[in-house]
Design a protein around this ligand. Structure first.
Ligand code: PMP
Length: 442
């Protein structure tokens, strides 16, 4: 497979080698892989990506989540081109599209009465915990194991390896995460105990409503409501990180989908549909009024960001929401994911010797390689770390085989868009059939 991949991608290979001479590790974007070398893309359209060697791929990366209308969606393109040609890029003042975008978010997301735009999900998570601390006057943040909230110093603990309570990066002084404590996903007792142990000191619980890594560590059906109840009982702020869940689960986010409303909502890349670096924090007025430049009795969470709410971001964001609604993108992408999930499970059932299984949460699909029929999916994720780690290793070789067959996955995750169609489905199935044929029957 590696040889075939080399043969198909001579230009990417050459480019990738040059990149390594000027860019550490040869890659800037953490979704891609340099093993054996990075794939270099030339253009994207609809549900397809084309690389510099002319190969076509059915894309399931979808930029790590934000693309749900499909790549290069013409009606959205033209609004963005129009704003650049009329207004130019950022000038440092509010652009007229900012207000209508903010109103659209407020009108659709149940927990959002006010919103502050930023330039990334990482920044938005940083700001959300800061607002929670200023609002409550408390310091400790409960972070749920296996949930990802960007790469800031205080939140980069237990992201991939839940159960450790430790930072997964070097270069972060230990004091930085002194006030971040970990509770594992679905550990109901652990959450109660954390509140008891740190009585009166918990500022917030921060979690992905799908469960960690957009549902890789899937949330128990009672988990979100339990976090809500415990926050209420203890005067803590519940923060949902909707960077991925956002407009994929519903236009009202994971909170509308699961029926649990947080006090603060973190949004990211999806709110500009990938057209500009984007992030936002929204929430109840009572809490958001502590966000800079607003203040209460002199208390405010300082916020910066030269390019926050720039014209491209707010325009892309407003029109993306409009078209997502008009084209029923969420429903169409989810329907495709339902169909592909069923078709893949049917295919995998022809190979009972292999522990493959797929599940989806709306348009986010997950592939398991070490569990049958989803058994134990919502057990304590600490016990799933070994499985998940192994899966990444296993999938590395499958990914290459899939790419050589014209399918672009994101490891164990597949994001669907509204333009995936029956032809894409068949191509995906054919590629998987080929991958299965490479694995000897046990
Ligand atoms: N939160 C979640 C749930 C995410 O998936 C991500 C990025 N994948 C982030 C935060 C960080 O967002 P960004 O990469 O824009 O900093």
């Amino acid at each position: 497979v590696t040889n075939q991949f080399h043969k198909q991608n001579p230009k990417s290979y050459e480019y990738s080698n040059q990149m390594k001479t000027v860019v550490p590790g040869g890659l800037q974007h953490n979704l891609g892989s340099t093993d054996p070398f990075a794939l270099v893309f030339k253009k994207a359209k609809s549900d397809k990506i084309y690389d510099i060697d002319g190969n076509e791929y059915v894309d399931y990366l979808m930029d790590g989540g934000p693309i749900i209308l499909g790549h290069h969606f013409e009606p959205l393109d033209s609004e963005v081109v129009k704003v650049i040609s009329e207004s130019g890029p950022a000038v440092g003042l509010t652009h007229e599209n900012e207000l209508r975008f903010a109103k659209e978010i407020v009108n659709n997301i149940p927990g959002v009465e006010m919103v502050r735009f930023l330039a990334s999900g990482t920044e938005a998570d940083m700001l959300a915990i800061r607002i929670a601390r200023v609002y409550t006057g408390k310091e400790i943040i409960i972070k749920i194991g296996g949930n990802y909230h960007g790469w800031s110093d205080q939140l980069l603990i237990s992201t991939n390896f839940p159960g450790t309570g430790a930072s997964e990066a070097t270069g972060i002084p230990s004091g930085c995460y002194e006030n971040t404590i970990e509770v594992n996903q679905n550990d109901f007792n652990g959450l109660v105990q954390a509140f008891e142990q740190h009585k009166g000191k918990i500022a917030a619980v921060l979690a992905e409503p799908t469960g960690g890594h957009a549902g890789t560590f899937i949330a128990h059906p009672d988990w979100n409501q339990t976090m809500r109840d415990l926050c209420d009982q203890n005067g803590a702020v519940l923060i949902f990180d909707e960077v991925v869940a956002g407009f994929r689960l519903s236009l009202g986010g994971g909170q509308a989908y699961y029926g649990v409303t947080p006090d603060l909502t973190v949004m990211g890349k999806i709110i500009s549909h990938g057209y500009a670096a984007a992030g936002a924090v929204g929430g109840k007025k009572e809490v958001m009024q502590y966000c800079h430049p607003s203040s209460v009795n002199g208390n405010k969470a300082f916020t910066g960001g030269t390019l926050s709410a720039n014209p491209v971001m707010v325009t892309a964001g407003f029109f993306a929401m409009k078209y997502i609604k008009e084209y029923q993108a969420i429903e169409k992408a989810a329907a495709y994911a339902d169909k592909l999930t069923k078709a893949l499970n049917d295919l995998f059932s022809t190979r009972k010797d292999l522990p493959f299984f797929v599940y989806n949460i709306q348009s986010i699909m997950h592939l398991e390689t070490s569990c049958y029929n989803g058994i134990s999916l919502i057990d304590n994720p600490a016990s799933r770390v070994a499985e998940v780690t192994e899966r990444y290793l296993v999938l590395k070789s499958y990914d290459l085989a899939l790419m050589a067959q014209g399918i672009l996955p994101l490891g164990d995750r597949f994001y669907c868009c509204m333009q995936h169609n029956d032809e894409s489905l068949q191509k995906t199935l054919n590629a998987w059939e080929y991958v299965l044929s490479l694995i000897p029957v046990n």
